[in-house]
Design a protein around this ligand. Structure first.
Ligand SMILES: *[C@@H]1O[C@H](CO)[C@@H](O)[C@H](O)[C@H]1NC(C)=O
Ligand SMILES: *[C@@H]1O[C@H](CO)[C@@H](O)[C@H](O)[C@H]1NC(C)=O
Ligand SMILES: *[C@@H]1O[C@H](CO)[C@@H](O)[C@H](O)[C@H]1NC(C)=O
Ligand SMILES: *[C@@H]1O[C@H](CO)[C@@H](O)[C@H](O)[C@H]1NC(C)=O
Ligand SMILES: *[C@@H]1O[C@H](CO)[C@@H](O)[C@H](O)[C@H]1NC(C)=O
Ligand SMILES: *[C@@H]1O[C@H](CO)[C@@H](O)[C@H](O)[C@H]1NC(C)=O
Ligand SMILES: *[C@@H]1O[C@H](CO)[C@@H](O)[C@H](O)[C@H]1NC(C)=O
Ligand SMILES: *[C@@H]1O[C@H](CO)[C@@H](O)[C@H](O)[C@H]1NC(C)=O
Ligand SMILES: *[C@@H]1O[C@H](CO)[C@@H](O)[C@H](O)[C@H]1NC(C)=O
Ligand SMILES: *[C@@H]1O[C@H](CO)[C@@H](O)[C@H](O)[C@H]1NC(C)=O
Ligand SMILES: *[C@@H]1O[C@H](CO)[C@@H](O)[C@H](O)[C@H]1NC(C)=O
Length: 505
């Protein structure tokens, strides 16, 4: 029986005389007296929606249509096969119903169930992109008392587009001063209305696309010479029929400001050092703190890093380096940290008079280093002053003749960048042979130098010699008008004594 049908069909196609006419709202195509009218061109629809394939037919007079069958296959196939059947109007034909493509079950219906109306329009619901393709109509009927079929060669083309996709192209990260060029597009029909807005702000751009030819709408977010204020969230909104699609785009403007150091670099011993190095940039810079000529990272962070040292000691003084790395550029800043210690005159400072020679020693502690002044010397012309410096200790000794003076105490004034302190040293009278000079003055100094290092021993010997000479001269000829002035500079900057001056007016 099937063979008979096919033979009839082939005969009807071969012996055909086909013609196509344009009718209102569609295209009519006739083959051997069988005509079908379908809509002209592609039928486009969106996913999720419904589509109607408008269709009507006429047949030769002696053919009575009984059932309408629809097939769907790729347009490249010459003829849709039995396996491509998606609809059969005979609901009682269990076999036919069982071989229908399952994807269409319940989604496809004839608009006019009465086949005698010769209205083959179908509606497909809940469209899916895979519903795109060519749809072919076949009639099952009776001709001169026998079953017959006819397949119409003209097919309806349906293309289903998914409108749910917003496509964003272009670089969302741009350097300050450069141009932002980000495009939002939607492949849809009819074209979507696309707008760009900046989040929580007024609409910055409302442009309808004009690229209708390929059903692609696009709108470009274009900002030349971007500034940091252009960073933020932008929203592309596409209105298509009753749907609104949105896509969030985060725009980052890459920039870097000058690195800054804040906080006090001068702190007093025992306090907390807190120096912050910060760089305002995007993306955030990596900041590391190191001590000069050391690779040990003391602290690191992004954006801003604080060098914090609690309970500082003078050893924490020095240069610290802040290194800020932004993308592939690196900037370094130096922080000169100074730890000061409180200036004080030690209680071991004292004065002694022996055989009318006054000897005073004033010892101070503090950083930065102290200058010691003796106001008493302003009214004297003959004296010797000796200063030694060790770490944060300054030791100043004076020797002078105080014959006929009624001093009971001598003032020592110590001053530095951080302040000034004074102390009155009570003069102790002593008749002992071994005087203060030997204990605390020159000789103790000599002892210190001897211990301090051999590198300066030559100078030390020289000084002892000078001192001896001076004392001798003073005793022999106290009113000598000759002036001797000597200043010895440190032979080596790292050695521990600084200035030794001998003075005689
Ligand atoms: C119709 O759709 C087919 C396949 O989807 C396509 O190749 C063809 O170009 C379309 N024709 C028109 C006029 O859009
Ligand atoms: C579309 O239909 C096909 C076949 O029925 C199915 O495999 C596919 O998952 C569907 N796609 C969507 C997006 O629903
Ligand atoms: C087919 O039937 C549908 C539903 O009744 C109708 O809207 C349509 O106009 C008919 N088409 C033709 C060609 O008569
Ligand atoms: C913006 O980007 C698009 C795509 O990359 C490019 O075709 C266009 O010329 C760019 N516009 C400008 C003004 O640079
Ligand atoms: C942009 O479009 C929105 C929504 O369609 C509208 O409310 C707004 O007034 C438009 N703005 C401009 C500047 O055209
Ligand atoms: C759509 O149109 C644009 C602009 O005319 C063109 O650049 C693009 O190649 C077209 N896309 C397709 C798929 O034809
Ligand atoms: C970019 O903007 C900055 C700040 O508004 C301005 O100083 C500069 O001249 C602008 N550059 C160009 C090329 O327009
Ligand atoms: C779109 O909205 C209108 C009015 O709200 C409604 O009549 C129409 O059916 C909707 N269309 C679709 C495809 O949902
Ligand atoms: C250091 O200074 C920074 C900036 O002033 C501050 O945020 C931080 O809390 C300070 N840290 C300490 C330990 O005091
Ligand atoms: C920064 O410090 C963390 C721990 O504090 C460490 O794991 C990381 O490796 C450091 N980064 C660099 C670049 O040194
Ligand atoms: C930094 O990196 C950018 C791109 O990543 C490159 O164009 C630039 O030449 C680099 N600069 C340096 C100094 O390496």
């Amino acid at each position: 029986m099937f063979v008979f049908f096919w033979v009839t069909l082939l005969f009807s196609v071969w012996g055909s005389k086909a013609n196509t006419d344009m009718l209102a709202g569609g295209k009519q195509h006739c083959t051997n007296g069988f005509c079908v009218t379908l809509s002209e061109g592609n039928i486009t629809a969106d996913t999720g929606h419904s589509v109607v394939i408008p269709c009507s037919f006429t047949t030769i007079d002696d053919f009575t249509p009984l059932y309408i069958l629809w097939f769907k296959c790729s347009p490249s196939k010459i003829r849709c096969e039995y396996a491509d059947m998606i609809f059969h109007s005979n609901k009682n034909n269990r076999h036919a119903q069982s071989i229908l493509q399952s994807g269409f079950q319940g989604r496809l219906s004839l608009l006019e169930p009465d086949v005698s109306q010769r209205n083959c329009s179908i509606m497909i619901n809940d469209l899916n992109e895979s519903d795109s393709g060519s749809y072919q109509l076949r009639l099952n009927g009776v001709r001169r008392g026998t079953s017959d079929i006819f397949t119409f060669p003209l097919r309806a083309i349906v293309s289903v587009k998914d409108v749910k996709k917003i496509e964003i192209t272009g670089d969302r990260s741009v350097k300050e001063g450069e141009t932002l060029n980000v495009t939002c597009s939607v492949d849809s029909f009819p074209p979507s209305f696309i707008t760009w807005t900046k989040y929580s702000e007024e609409s910055i751009q409302n442009v309808t696309g004009d690229n209708l030819q390929n059903n692609t709408e696009m709108d470009t977010l274009f900002i030349s010479n971007v500034t940091t204020e252009d960073s933020g969230q932008y929203i592309c909104t596409a209105k298509h029929l009753n749907n609104t699609l949105m896509e969030k785009v985060i725009v980052n403007v890459i920039y870097k400001r000058t690195p800054l150091l804040t906080g006090d670099t001068t702190v007093t011993e025992g306090e907390t050092l807190n120096v912050t190095c910060s760089v305002d940039s995007f993306p955030p810079s990596l900041i590391t703190w190191t001590k000069l000529s050391s690779n040990t990272i003391l602290h690191n962070n992004t954006g801003s890093a604080s060098l914090v040292i609690s309970d500082v000691t003078t050893e924490d003084s020095g240069q610290y380096v802040c290194t800020a790395t932004h993308l592939n550029t690196t900037v370094t800043l130096h922080a000169d940290v100074t730890v000061t210690c409180l200036l004080k005159i030690l209680s071991s400072s004292r004065c002694e008079v022996q055989s009318e020679v006054l000897t005073c020693v004033c010892i101070t502690e503090g950083f930065p280093l102290t200058t010691i002044k003796w106001p008493l010397l302003e009214s004297h012309t003959k004296y010797s002053v000796m200063t030694t410096v060790s770490d944060h200790t300054v030791n100043s000794s004076i020797i002078l003749s105080v014959k006929d003076h009624g001093y009971t105490e001598v003032e020592c004034v110590a001053s530095s960048d951080v302040g000034e302190v004074k102390r009155n040293l009570v003069i102790i009278k002593t008749d002992q042979e071994v005087g203060l000079l030997r204990h605390h003055g020159c000789y103790s100094g000599v002892l210190f130098w001897a211990v301090a290092g051999s590198s300066i021993s030559v100078n030390v010997l020289f000084i002892i010699c000078i001192l001896g000479l001076w004392n001798a001269r003073k005793k022999v000829n106290p009113n000598e008008e000759n002036r001797t002035y000597m200043s010895l500079q440190k032979p080596d900057p790292s050695s521990e004594y600084e200035v030794i001056a001998l003075r005689q007016n």
